[in-house]
Design a protein around this ligand. Structure first.
Ligand code: SF4
Length: 702
C-alpha cells in the first residue's frame, strides 16, 4: 500500500506558482497542456438524439467562449446521432471539438470515435458494473481483472490511435469499481489507482493521447486526488495533461464557490490544463465562471522572484487532511484555534457613530438566513481617534443586549496610539475582548511596536492580541512578514502575553496561498503555534472577486490552515465598506467557503448533477423545490441526480438520494441503497421528506 507521508511533493515549491509541465495532447485543433492556455469546456444537456436542440446549445456554448463540447453517448442510438450533429454544426460553421461521454458501453464508444475528437471513459464503469459488493481480491484475481480490463479497452485504443482521437480517463470519486473500492477504499488513493490501471494499459499499447481527471463533489477529495495523481505520475515519468472539475457542485453561489475552491486551489498549485465547471444550470452559465477561474493563470506574467527560503521545510500534508495545530485562544466567549470550529469574523472600519447605526450593524452581522447558522462570531472594529472610544463602549453595551455571543475586538490605529491616548487606550482595553495591531512588513523604524504598543503591553495582560501584517510596499515578499511574525510573537510572549493570533492582509508576494503557507512553516520552525486568521478581499459587487477569494481561502482551508476566516469587502474606490449589504455578503461568503470545503458545515449540503442527455426530469426546477423543502436540515447531504445509470454511483457520500428512474419517475436512496423506485414525480418530494422523517433526520423549519 502507498504511504501518503512518503509520497514525494507534487510541485517544485508550495510557496510559489509553477505550472506542472505536461506534453501537449491535441483535441482536434485545440491543444491541451504544455504552454497552451488552460482551456474551458462544458457539456450539452438535451438528449443526444435531439439533434436540433443539441446543435443549438453547442452554438450558444461556443458563442459564450466554450472551447470543447462534451456530449453524452449512453447508447448506440446516441452514437448514431453524432454524424447528424456534425452535419448540423457544419451548416452553422461551428468548428468546436466534440467529446463523447461514455459510461458502461464500450460499444457506444467505438461507434462514436469517427465523429469526435476525444472520448471520455469512466474507469469505474467502462468495463465493470457497479454492485457495491464487498469482496477480498487475491493478487491473482486482481491481475485477472486487469487482464479483462485490457481486453475491453484495447479495441477502443486501436480505434482512437490512427485517428488521433484523444482519450480522457475520467475518474469519479463516487463511481469507483468494486475492485478498487475493496483494495484501496473510497479514497483519493483509490481514484488515482483506478486511473493508473487504465493509463498503464494505454502505455503498453503505445497510446499517449491521454488526459486525466479526478472529479469529486467533495472539494477536498478532488484536490487531494489530483495532487496525488500528479506526484505518482511524476514518479513514473508520465506527463499527461489534466482536466479539472468538481462534480455535482450544485447551483447558484454554492455551486460557483465549490467549483472555485476545487478548481482554483489546483490551478494555484500549477495543476490543470482544461477545466469544466459543473453547475445545475444552463451549461452556458458555466463558461464565465470557468473563464474567470483560468484567466489569471492564462494571463500570468513571469513568476515572482523569491528570496532564498533557507530553513523552511514543508510540514503541510497535501494528500490527506490534518488541521494545523494552533493554540486555542478565548476571545470573550468565543474560542478560536485548537479544536474549536473555524470562526467567521467581520471588520468594521469605524465604530458606528450613533445608536441606530450600531443596532443596524449588529442586526446585519448576526441575522442568519433561514435554516443556516451563520452569524458573525468575532467583530473587529478599527478605532482611529480617541473620541471613538465612546462609540466603542456603546457598541459593546448594545452587543451585550442584542448579540451576546458576539466577541467584540478593537484595532487601534497608529494614529490613535500616537495621539497621547493613554487614558483612551486603557478604556478601550477594558471593554474589548481582543486587541489587533496592524503592522507594516518590513517594520518601519517609526513602527507601531516601538512607539505605541511597546509602551502599553503591560496593560493588556489577559487580552489576546492579533498581529495583522500588511505589506509596506506592493509585492513585499511574504517571507518578510513571516520573519516579522516570529519576532512579534516572541516579543509578546516575553512580555507575558502568550495569547496571540496572526493575520496576513492581501498583497504579499507570491500571493495569498503561498504567503500563508510560508508563514505557517516559519512559525512551526520557531515552535510558535498561534491561531491564524485568513483574510481576503473581493471587490464590492464583483462575482469574479468572490471566485478568487473562494479559491484562495478554500485552498488554505483544505490544507488544514486557518482558525478564523475574514472576508473584507471593498467599494469601487478600494475602501473598506461598512455598507449593510457588504457586511452581509462578507459573512455569507465566508460561511459558503467553509461549507464548500466541509471544514465547517452550517447548512444542508446539496449534491446535484449538472444534467445531460440522460436526465429524467427538470433538474434545475427539481433542485430548487427540494432545496425549498429541506434547506433547513443543517448537516444533511441530499443528492439530486438526473439518472439512475450514473446518479447512485456519482452521488458519493450523500445521506439521501433523489434520482431519475425513468421519464417523470424517481427512485429514492438512503446512502447507496435504493429504498423506493418508480415514484411519480408529483409525489416524490413528499416521499423524500417522509423518508428523512422515517430515518429520524427531520426537524421542523423554525
Ligand atoms: S447523473 Fe446527471 S449528469 Fe450524470 S449521467 Fe446521469 S443525468 Fe447525466
Amino acid at each position: 500500500m502507498i504511504d501518503l507521508l512518503e509520497t514525494p511533493p507534487y510541485c517544485p515549491s508550495p510557496f510559489a506558482y509553477t505550472r506542472r509541465p505536461t506534453r501537449v495532447v491535441q483535441v482536434g485543433d485545440v491543444g491541451i497542456g504544455g504552454d497552451n492556455p488552460i482551456r474551458v469546456q462544458s457539456m450539452t444537456t438535451p438528449a443526444t438524439t435531439d439533434v436540433a436542440a443539441t446543435v443549438a446549445q453547442i452554438e450558444r456554448l461556443v458563442a459564450a467562449g466554450c472551447e470543447i463540447v462534451r456530449i453524452t453517448v449512453p447508447s448506440s442510438a446516441d452514437a448514431e446521432a453524432l454524424p447528424r450533429i456534425r452535419a448540423g454544426m457544419k451548416e452553422r460553421a461551428l468548428r468546436v471539438p466534440l467529446v463523447a461521454d461514455i459510461h458502461f458501453s464500450p460499444q457506444a464508444a467505438l461507434l462514436a470515435v469517427p465523429y469526435v475528437e476525444k472520448v471520455r471513459i469512466n474507469p469505474g464503469n467502462f468495463a465493470d458494473k457497479k454492485r457495491f459488493a464487498v469482496r477480498e481480491y487475491s493478487d491473482e484475481q486482481y491481475n485477472a481483472e486487469l487482464e479483462r480490463l485490457q481486453e475491453k479497452l484495447t479495441p477502443l485504443i486501436h480505434a482512437c490511435a490512427p485517428r488521433r482521437v484523444a482519450l480522457r480517463i475520467g475518474t469519479n470519486h463516487g463511481s469507483l469499481s468494486d475492485r478498487i473500492l475493496n483494495r484501496y477504499g473510497d479514497t483519493p488513493l483509490g481514484m488515482v489507482e483506478s486511473a493508473l490501471e487504465f493509463v498503464r494499459i494505454c502505455r503498453r499499447l503505445d497510446f499517449h493521447d491521454i488526459i486525466l481527471s479526478m472529479k469529486a463533489s467533495h472539494t477536498m477529495v478532488a484536490i487531494q486526488a489530483y495532487r496525488l495523481l500528479a506526484a505518482r505520475m511524476d514518479a513514473e515519468g508520465m506527463d499527461y495533461p489534466f482536466h479539472l472539475g468538481v462534480t455535482e457542485a450544485g447551483d447558484g453561489e454554492d455551486g460557483r464557490i465549490k467549483s472555485a475552491i476545487g478548481i482554483g486551489a489546483l490551478l494555484d498549485d500549477g495543476i490543470g490544463d482544461t477545466v469544466r465547471v459543473s453547475l445545475t444550470e444552463d451549461p452556458v452559465a458555466e463558461i464565465p465562471v470557468a473563464r474567470a477561474l483560468v484567466q489569471p493563470y492564462n494571463e500570468r506574467s513571469l513568476p515572482v522572484t523569491s528570496p532564498a527560503l533557507s530553513g523552511v521545510r514543508e510540514t503541510r500534508r497535501p494528500y490527506d487532511y490534518r488541521r494545523r495545530p494552533a493554540a486555542a485562544v478565548s476571545i470573550g466567549g468565543v474560542t478560536c484555534g485548537g479544536n474549536a470550529p473555524i470562526r467567521v469574523e467581520n471588520l468594521l472600519s469605524a465604530p458606528p457613530a450613533d445608536e441606530a447605526t450600531a443596532r443596524r450593524a449588529l442586526e446585519i452581522l448576526t441575522r442568519s438566513a433561514a435554516g443556516a447558522d451563520t452569524p458573525c462570531e468575532i467583530l473587529e472594529v478599527v478605532v482611529s481617534r480617541p473620541r471613538q472610544v465612546d462609540d466603542m463602549e456603546r457598541l459593546v453595551d448594545l452587543a451585550a443586549e442584542l448579540a451576546p455571543d458576539l466577541a467584540i475586538t478593537a484595532r487601534p490605529t497608529a494614529a490613535f496610539l500616537h495621539a497621547e491616548a493613554h487614558g483612551a487606550f486603557a478604556r478601550l482595553v477594558r471593554r474589548v475582548q481582543r486587541l489587533a495591531f496592524r503592522v507594516h512588513a518590513p517594520l518601519n523604524e517609526d513602527g507601531l511596536l516601538k512607539r505605541g504598543v511597546g509602551l502599553d503591553l503591560a496593560g493588556m495582560v489577559g487580552r489576546p492580541i492579533c498581529w495583522v501584517l500588511t505589506p509596506a510596499a506592493p509585492g513585499t515578499h511574504a517571507d518578510v512578514a513571516a520573519h516579522l511574525a516570529v519576532d512579534l510573537l516572541e516579543h509578546t510572549r516575553r512580555a507575558g502575553l502568550p495569547h496571540t493570533q496572526v493575520a496576513l492582509e492581501p498583497g504579499f508576494a507570491p500571493g495569498g496561498v503561498g504567503a500563508y503557507r510560508l508563514l505557517a512553516e516559519r512559525l512551526a520552525a520557531a515552535d510558535l503555534h498561534p491561531s491564524l486568521i485568513l483574510v481576503d478581499r473581493p471587490s464590492a459587487g464583483e462575482e469574479n472577486g468572490s471566485l478568487a477569494v473562494g479559491a484562495r481561502l478554500g485552498s488554505l482551508l483544505c490544507d488544514g490552515m486557518g482558525d478564523a476566516v475574514r472576508v473584507e469587502i471593498r467599494n469601487a474606490r478600494g475602501e473598506r465598506s461598512d455598507a449593510p449589504a457588504d457586511l452581509h455578503r462578507a459573512r455569507e461568503l465566508a460561511y459558503t467557503i467553509l461549507q464548500g470545503t466541509r471544514v465547517r458545515v452550517v447548512k444542508t449540503e446539496f449534491i446535484s448533477c449538472p444534467s445531460c442527455g440522460r436526465t429524467m426530469f427538470d433538474l434545475e426546477e427539481t433542485t430548487r423545490r427540494i432545496k425549498e423543502r429541506t434547506g433547513h436540515l443543517k448537516g444533511l447531504k441530499i443528492a439530486i441526480m438526473g439518472c439512475v445509470v450514473n446518479g447512485p454511483g456519482e452521488m458519493a457520500d450523500a445521506d439521501f438520494g433523489y434520482v431519475g428512474w425513468g421519464p417523470g419517475k424517481v427512485a429514492l436512496f438512503v446512502g447507496h441503497e435504493m429504498v423506493a423506485k418508480d415514484i411519480d414525480l408529483a409525489h416524490a418530494d413528499e416521499r423524500l421528506v417522509q423518508l428523512i422523517k422515517d430515518h429520524g433526520r427531520w426537524v421542523e423549519p423554525a
